[in-house]
Write a protein that binds this ligand. Sequence first.
Ligand SMILES: [Zn+2]
Length: 138
Amino acid sequence: MDLDRIQPKLIIPIRLLRQVIKEAKTAYPLESFGVMLGDIDGDSYFVRRISPLRRGLTARDFFILDLNEWMEAILSGRHEGLSYIGLYHSHPNASSLPSNPDIHRMMECPGEVWLIVALSSKGEVNYAAYTVSRLRSV
Ligand SMILES: [Zn+2]
Protein backbone atom coordinates (compact mmCIF):
# COMPACT_ATOMS: atom_id res chain seq x y z
CA MET A 1 0.00 0.00 0.00
CA ASP A 2 1.27 3.43 -0.91
CA LEU A 3 0.17 6.82 0.32
CA ASP A 4 0.49 9.59 -2.19
CA ARG A 5 0.45 13.22 -1.14
CA ILE A 6 0.06 15.71 -3.96
CA GLN A 7 -0.45 19.41 -4.24
CA PRO A 8 -3.65 20.09 -6.14
CA LYS A 9 -4.02 23.02 -8.46
CA LEU A 10 -6.24 25.28 -6.38
CA ILE A 11 -7.43 28.44 -8.09
CA ILE A 12 -8.93 30.94 -5.69
CA PRO A 13 -9.93 34.52 -6.57
CA ILE A 14 -7.90 37.10 -4.66
CA ARG A 15 -11.07 38.55 -3.06
CA LEU A 16 -11.86 35.14 -1.54
CA LEU A 17 -8.26 34.61 -0.43
CA ARG A 18 -8.38 38.04 1.22
CA GLN A 19 -11.60 37.00 2.97
CA VAL A 20 -9.91 33.84 4.31
CA ILE A 21 -6.95 35.91 5.54
CA LYS A 22 -9.28 38.47 7.14
CA GLU A 23 -11.11 35.68 9.00
CA ALA A 24 -7.75 34.28 10.13
CA LYS A 25 -6.67 37.68 11.46
CA THR A 26 -10.00 38.18 13.23
CA ALA A 27 -9.76 34.77 14.92
CA TYR A 28 -6.05 35.12 15.82
CA PRO A 29 -4.59 33.66 18.06
CA LEU A 30 -7.24 30.96 17.54
CA GLU A 31 -7.81 29.08 14.29
CA SER A 32 -10.56 30.01 11.83
CA PHE A 33 -12.02 27.52 9.38
CA GLY A 34 -14.61 27.02 6.67
CA VAL A 35 -15.68 25.29 3.48
CA MET A 36 -14.54 25.90 -0.10
CA LEU A 37 -17.12 25.39 -2.85
CA GLY A 38 -16.72 25.63 -6.59
CA ASP A 39 -15.96 23.71 -9.76
CA ILE A 40 -13.68 20.70 -10.15
CA ASP A 41 -12.09 19.83 -13.48
CA GLY A 42 -9.66 16.92 -13.21
CA ASP A 43 -6.89 18.00 -10.82
CA SER A 44 -7.95 21.66 -10.97
CA TYR A 45 -10.17 23.14 -8.28
CA PHE A 46 -11.79 26.53 -8.90
CA VAL A 47 -13.08 28.14 -5.72
CA ARG A 48 -16.26 30.15 -6.36
CA ARG A 49 -17.50 30.63 -2.82
CA ILE A 50 -16.29 30.14 0.72
CA SER A 51 -18.50 29.50 3.70
CA PRO A 52 -17.08 30.15 7.17
CA LEU A 53 -17.94 27.58 9.83
CA ARG A 54 -18.64 29.09 13.22
CA ARG A 55 -20.36 26.45 15.32
CA GLY A 56 -17.39 24.14 15.91
CA LEU A 57 -14.59 24.37 18.42
CA THR A 58 -11.40 26.27 17.85
CA ALA A 59 -8.09 26.60 19.65
CA ARG A 60 -4.55 27.80 18.93
CA ASP A 61 -3.53 24.54 17.28
CA PHE A 62 -6.65 22.69 16.16
CA PHE A 63 -10.28 23.02 15.20
CA ILE A 64 -13.24 20.67 15.33
CA LEU A 65 -16.00 21.40 12.87
CA ASP A 66 -19.68 20.96 13.57
CA LEU A 67 -20.73 18.16 11.22
CA ASN A 68 -24.27 19.52 10.73
CA GLU A 69 -22.98 22.99 9.81
CA TRP A 70 -20.40 21.43 7.48
CA MET A 71 -23.07 19.38 5.69
CA GLU A 72 -25.43 22.37 5.49
CA ALA A 73 -22.66 24.37 3.78
CA ILE A 74 -22.04 21.57 1.28
CA LEU A 75 -25.77 21.17 0.51
CA SER A 76 -26.21 24.92 0.16
CA GLY A 77 -23.40 24.91 -2.41
CA ARG A 78 -24.98 22.01 -4.23
CA HIS A 79 -28.22 23.99 -4.60
CA GLU A 80 -26.13 26.62 -6.40
CA GLY A 81 -24.51 23.99 -8.62
CA LEU A 82 -21.20 24.16 -6.72
CA SER A 83 -19.13 21.14 -5.75
CA TYR A 84 -17.52 20.61 -2.38
CA ILE A 85 -13.78 21.25 -2.76
CA GLY A 86 -12.62 21.02 0.84
CA LEU A 87 -11.72 23.02 3.92
CA TYR A 88 -9.69 26.11 4.62
CA HIS A 89 -8.34 27.01 8.03
CA SER A 90 -5.72 29.16 9.68
CA HIS A 91 -2.58 28.40 11.64
CA PRO A 92 -1.61 31.09 14.15
CA ASN A 93 1.86 29.51 14.48
CA ALA A 94 3.19 30.80 11.13
CA SER A 95 3.42 27.30 9.59
CA SER A 96 1.34 26.40 6.55
CA LEU A 97 2.22 22.71 6.96
CA PRO A 98 -0.65 20.42 8.04
CA SER A 99 -0.59 19.43 11.72
CA ASN A 100 -0.98 15.82 12.84
CA PRO A 101 -4.75 16.25 13.46
CA ASP A 102 -5.00 17.86 9.99
CA ILE A 103 -3.27 14.87 8.40
CA HIS A 104 -5.55 12.44 10.26
CA ARG A 105 -8.65 14.19 8.91
CA MET A 106 -7.15 14.43 5.42
CA MET A 107 -6.49 10.69 5.46
CA GLU A 108 -10.09 10.08 6.48
CA CYS A 109 -11.32 12.18 3.56
CA PRO A 110 -9.11 11.45 0.53
CA GLY A 111 -9.58 13.95 -2.26
CA GLU A 112 -10.67 16.75 0.06
CA VAL A 113 -8.51 19.84 -0.62
CA TRP A 114 -7.11 21.76 2.33
CA LEU A 115 -6.04 25.38 2.18
CA ILE A 116 -3.96 26.44 5.17
CA VAL A 117 -3.35 30.14 5.79
CA ALA A 118 -0.57 30.75 8.31
CA LEU A 119 -0.15 33.93 10.31
CA SER A 120 2.90 34.95 12.26
CA SER A 121 2.89 37.14 15.36
CA LYS A 122 4.40 39.86 13.13
CA GLY A 123 1.37 39.73 10.84
CA GLU A 124 3.13 37.86 8.02
CA VAL A 125 0.91 35.58 5.92
CA ASN A 126 1.71 32.49 3.90
CA TYR A 127 -0.49 29.73 2.57
CA ALA A 128 -0.46 26.35 0.87
CA ALA A 129 -2.94 23.75 -0.35
CA TYR A 130 -2.83 19.99 0.10
CA THR A 131 -4.79 16.87 -0.58
CA VAL A 132 -4.32 13.19 0.13
CA SER A 133 -5.05 11.05 -2.86
CA ARG A 134 -6.75 7.68 -2.56
CA LEU A 135 -4.84 4.83 -0.97
CA ARG A 136 -3.89 2.38 -3.65
CA SER A 137 -2.54 -1.13 -3.62
CA VAL A 138 0.74 -1.81 -5.36
ZN1 LIG B 1 -4.25 22.81 10.94
